[in-house]
Design a protein around this ligand. Structure first.
Ligand code: FES
Ligand code: FE2
Length: 357
C-alpha cells in the first residue's frame, strides 16, 4: 500500500518556503532559449519563484544571468519578457549597467558618494545552455547543469538537436495549482483516456513504456506513434520527460518542445512551453506542422483544468490524502518518493498543524 502525499502539503505556505530552500534553490530552471538570445543585447526576463531574473547575451557573445534588481533601491531593470537593449537602464532612477553587469552611470549622483562602482555591479546567477535551452540556478553549490540533467543527455542524443530545428513559438499559461499537483499528473498516463479524449483515442494504437531514472531524477515515457492515424500532429518515435522538479521535455523525430513549470506561490504556477520543429522531417512523417502547437496547447489546457479542480479539492479540508497504484502510477510513486527524500519531516508538519487548528 502506498500513501499519497498529505493533502495539506499541496497548499501549506510554510512547506512552500521549505520547498524553496530544499528543492527549488538547488534546481536548474529553464528560463529562455538560445534562438531568442542569439545576438548581443537580446534578453529574456521572467519571475522565477520569488526571484526576478534576466538572462542576456553580452557584447562579447557570452550568456549572462542576473537578478533583475537594481543595486540602488531594488528597482526593476527590464519588464518580464523578451527584448533587446544596449545597456540595462533601471526603470526607477535610470542607473545604467553594462550587459556584463558592470555599473556604468548613476545620473545626478556623484560616484564618490556611493563607494566603489565595482562593488555595485548586478548580482550574477549561474547560467548554462544545453540543446538550445537556457537554464539558471540560484545556488552556487548545486551540481552543474549536465550532472543535474543526468541520463536526459543520452536520451536527447537519440533525436535531432534543437539547433537543427526551427523555433515556432512560445506558449505561456498560468495555473491555480501547486507544483506537486501538476507533477503528480505529469508523471502518469492513467488520466489520458478521461482527460485527453482526442489524445487518448489516438494513443490506443500506440505503445507507451514508462521508466524512472535515478540519474537525473526523471520519469520517461518512451512512445511509439506508429499507427496514430487519427492525429496529424504526431508520428514516428517520441520520448516525453518529467524532470524533477519543474521541467517537461517532449522529443519526436520531427519536433521538440520544452516546458518550464515555475512555482510562483503554493497554489500558483506559470507554465512556459517553447515549440520547435523540423519542416522536412515533419513532411516526411506526414505531420501537419500547423497542428503541433494548437494540439499541444489543448492538452496543456486539459491538464491545467483537471489540476485546478484537484487543487480545489486538496484545499477543501475534506480529503486527507489518497493512495497510489504502483502498476498504473509508477511515475507518480517515483516523484512522491523524491519529494519525501527532500522534505521528509517537513511534509508531516502541516498535517499536525491542521489537526491542532
Ligand atoms: S532603484 Fe535603480 S536607479 Fe534607483
Ligand atoms: Fe495530461
Amino acid at each position: 500500500m502506498i500513501d499519497a502525499l498529505p493533502a495539506t502539503s499541496y497548499h501549506d505556505p510554510d512547506l512552500f518556503a521549505r520547498e524553496t530552500e530544499r528543492v527549488f534553490r538547488r534546481a536548474w530552471w529553464l528560463v529562455g532559449i538560445e534562438a531568442v538570445l542569439a545576438e548581443p543585447g537580446r534578453y529574456s526576463a521572467c519571475q522565477l519563484l520569488r526571484w526576478p531574473v534576466v538572462v542576456v547575451r553580452d557584447r562579447g557573445g557570452e550568456l549572462r544571468a542576473f537578478y533583475n534588481i537594481c543595486r540602488h533601491r531594488a528597482g526593476p531593470l527590464v519588464e518580464p519578457g523578451d527584448g533587446r537593449c544596449r545597456d540595462f537602464v533601471c526603470r526607477y532612477h535610470a542607473w545604467r549597467y553594462a550587459l556584463d553587469g558592470e555599473l556604468l552611470r548613476t545620473p545626478g549622483i556623484d560616484p564618490g558618494e556611493l563607494g566603489e562602482f565595482p562593488d555595485l555591479g548586478l548580482v550574477p546567477l549561474r547560467v548554462a545552455a544545453w540543446n538550445g535551452l537556457v537554464f539558471v540556478c540560484v545556488d552556487d553549490s548545486a551540481p552543474g547543469l549536465i550532472e543535474w540533467l543526468g541520463d536526459i543527455v543520452d536520451i536527447a542524443a537519440r533525436f535531432d538537436p534543437v539547433a537543427a530545428m526551427q523555433f515556432d513559438g512560445e506558449a505561456q499559461k498560468d495555473a491555480a495549482a501547486n507544483w506537486k499537483t501538476y507533477a503528480d499528473n505529469s508523471c502518469e498516463g492513467y488520466h489520458v483516456g478521461m482527460v485527453h479524449r482526442a489524445l487518448g483515442s489516438s494513443l490506443e494504437r500506440e505503445t507507451v513504456r514508462l521508466e524512472t531514472r535515478e540519474r537525473g531524477n526523471f520519469v520517461g515515457f518512451d512512445v511509439d506513434y506508429t499507427g496514430a492515424g487519427a492525429d496529424t500532429s504526431r508520428a514516428g518515435k517520441g520520448y516525453w520527460i518529467y524532470k524533477y522538479p519543474g521541467l517537461l521535455l517532449h522529443f519526436a523525430d520531427y519536433a521538440f518542445n520544452a516546458e518550464s513549470v515555475i512555482p510562483l506561490a503554493p497554489a500558483r504556477l506559470r507554465l512556459r512551453r517553447w515549440f520547435f520543429s523540423h519542416p522536412d522531417k515533419a513532411r516526411a512523417h506526414g505531420v501537419d506542422r500547423a497542428t503541433i502547437q494548437p494540439n499541444s496547447e489543448k492538452v496543456m489546457d486539459e491538464d491545467i483544468g483537471i489540476c485546478e479542480a484537484v487543487q480545489r479539492n486538496l484545499e477543501s479540508g475534506a480529503y486527507p490524502g489518497g493512495r497510489l497504484s504502483p502498476r498504473q502510477e509508477p511515475g507518480t510513486v517515483f516523484f512522491q518518493r523524491l519529494v519525501r527524500a527532500d522534505l521528509g519531516d517537513a511534509l508531516e508538519a502541516p498535517a499536525e498543524d491542521e489537526q491542532r487548528g
